[in-house]
Design a protein around this ligand. Structure first.
Ligand SMILES: *[C@@H]1O[C@H](CO)[C@@H](O)[C@H](O)[C@H]1NC(C)=O
Ligand SMILES: *[C@@H]1O[C@H](CO)[C@@H](O)[C@H](O)[C@H]1NC(C)=O
Length: 458
């Protein structure tokens, strides 16, 4: 809400739509490690409740002959994933490797042999040295949402040992070796499909990612991916559109997004970079919505300022105001008449804007009496300011002094809300249940970059 009230406007030359992203998100190795910790905790939970299919087979065992066996109701009683690592595979995806995992299983057994002998009981299986290496590819789907798929998987189990209880277990334990081997092979075969299923289960959740975030009643921002993620050795880069639109009317901004690339930094988990395209598309949207105006009133001016928005203060510069409207408070309608153009340069954000400021005296009955109109041109708004006064109907005034007064009252306020909005009010992509820590903001050439660590709170 504040953003639109604070933001002035820009009219820009129409240019071809460009596929450069407005927002880039970089996930560093440090971010991946944190993601891995969370992922492993959830994988552990998932595996504990994994459904292990019933298992049956036939073996010839001397001296009994053919033995038919089936293992049912196999479930996990203990599971450990002591070693895991996550690595980026340039150009293809993320590789998760788990090694030395162990699983204890419990279940029931039944055997049939010599045509008429049937026996049953319970069993324990200890699986050791389980290793899985899984590469997950991440792509942009047709709607710009992420899509994960299994790119390569291998699994091995170094040993599976079964122990039968009940019935004639003492006998079967003597012959359990063939079951150990069959079980080990079966587990090796099932691991990759199980992991692939967990990855596939991720997609319905990824589809619910909101790539369109509402900003206020006029605007929404689109965070769909403009291309598939770029995976290189140090990081994953997501290229997002980062464009403001008027709600319900997706008209492209008439200027291109500049190309920009992030520096090789890796001390934070995540880097979010906004190019000037994103705030400039906001300017375009709010200008279209016709809402880039605001009233500046005296209560917005710091208490410590000797300059008040009153006819006595302004009477000092323009004596006629004090004579005709003595002792009244004033208010000023500041209206941007072009889109503001935001530029990012190292350590400096500049806003080039022009606005019309209409000053009013507030009569005791609330009626507003117009006093004067100024055209205000602000270049490099963060650093210096220039005032161009076009229309002062019947008054003489000192441009320099009024410039100073307006500087204090209007621009400081506008820039303050603009900057606050840029850093705070922005709905950043997919930051639902995360808390940002160690956050720092840097202004670089052509973009603004937020480096942050995250903590999941939910
Ligand atoms: C403008 O400000 C200067 C001090 O910076 C002061 O001497 C001068 O009287 C002021 N002019 C008017 C018209 O108020
Ligand atoms: C309010 O007061 C001003 C100045 O005294 C007067 O000109 C105007 O007509 C008044 N308006 C109303 C609605 O009473």
């Amino acid at each position: 809400m504040f953003l639109l009230k604070c933001l002035p406007l820009v009219a820009l030359i129409a240019a071809a739509f460009s596929a450069n992203p407005g927002v880039k998100i970089r996930l560093t190795q440090k971010g991946l490690e944190y993601g891995k910790q969370l992922g492993m905790a959830s994988l552990l939970e998932k595996l504990k409740t994994a459904q292990i299919p019933d298992f049956s087979g036939k073996e010839r065992v001397s001296p009994i002959g053919k033995v038919q066996y089936s293992l049912t109701n196999i479930h996990v009683v203990n599971l450990g994933l002591p070693q895991s690592s996550i690595n980026l595979v340039p150009g293809s995806g993320v590789q998760l490797s788990i090694s030395n995992a162990f699983i204890s299983l419990r279940g029931n057994w039944r055997v049939k042999y010599l045509r008429f002998i049937k026996d049953s009981g319970s069993l324990d299986v200890n699986v050791n040295g389980l290793s899985i290496s899984q590469t997950i590819a991440i792509k942009s789907d047709a709607t710009g949402k992420p899509e994960a798929s299994s790119a390569a998987c291998s699994a091995s189990v170094s040993s599976a040992k079964v122990k039968f209880h009940g019935g004639a277990s003492w006998l079967y334990n003597l012959f359990s070796k063939f079951i150990d081997k069959a079980l080990r092979k079966a587990l090796e075969k099932q691991m990759c499909p199980l992991v692939a299923k967990s990855i596939a289960d991720l997609n319905p959740r990824l589809k619910t990612l909101n790539v369109l975030a509402k900003v206020d009643k006029y605007a929404e921002i689109e965070y769909s991916m403009v291309s598939s993620p770029q995976i290189s050795q140090p990081a994953i880069d997501l290229n997002l559109k980062g464009e403001f639109y008027n709600i319900g009317r997706h008209q492209e901004a008439p200027f291109p997004a500049p190309a920009f690339s992030l520096p090789a930094q890796s001390s934070n988990m995540i880097y979010i970079a906004l190019s000037s395209f994103t705030p400039n598309s906001a300017g375009f949207v709010y200008n279209n919505a016709g809402v880039l105006s605001m009233y500046v009133t005296d209560d917005m001016i710091p208490r410590s300022s000797p300059i008040r928005l009153s006819t006595s203060t302004f009477g000092f510069f323009i004596p006629q105001i004090a004579q005709r409207f003595p002792g009244l408070m004033m208010k000023m309608l500041v209206k941007a008449d072009k889109n503001p153009v935001v530029k990012f340069q190292p350590n400096v954000m500049t806003v080039d804007a022009t606005a019309t400021a209409t000053a009013y005296a507030i009569q005791p009955n609330g009626t507003l009496s117009p006093l004067f109109v100024l055209n205000v041109v602000s270049q490099r708004a963060r650093k210096e300011k220039k005032l161009a006064m076009s229309e002062f109907p019947q008054y003489y005034l000192s441009a320099k002094n009024l410039s100073r007064a307006l500087d204090l009252m209007v621009f400081r306020h506008i820039l303050f809300c603009f900057t606050v909005q840029l850093s705070k009010g922005y709905p950043l992509p997919a930051l639902g249940k995360m808390k940002l820590v160690n956050t720092q903001l840097q202004i670089m050439q052509d973009y603004l970059m937020i480096g942050t660590d995250v903590q999941f709170t939910g």
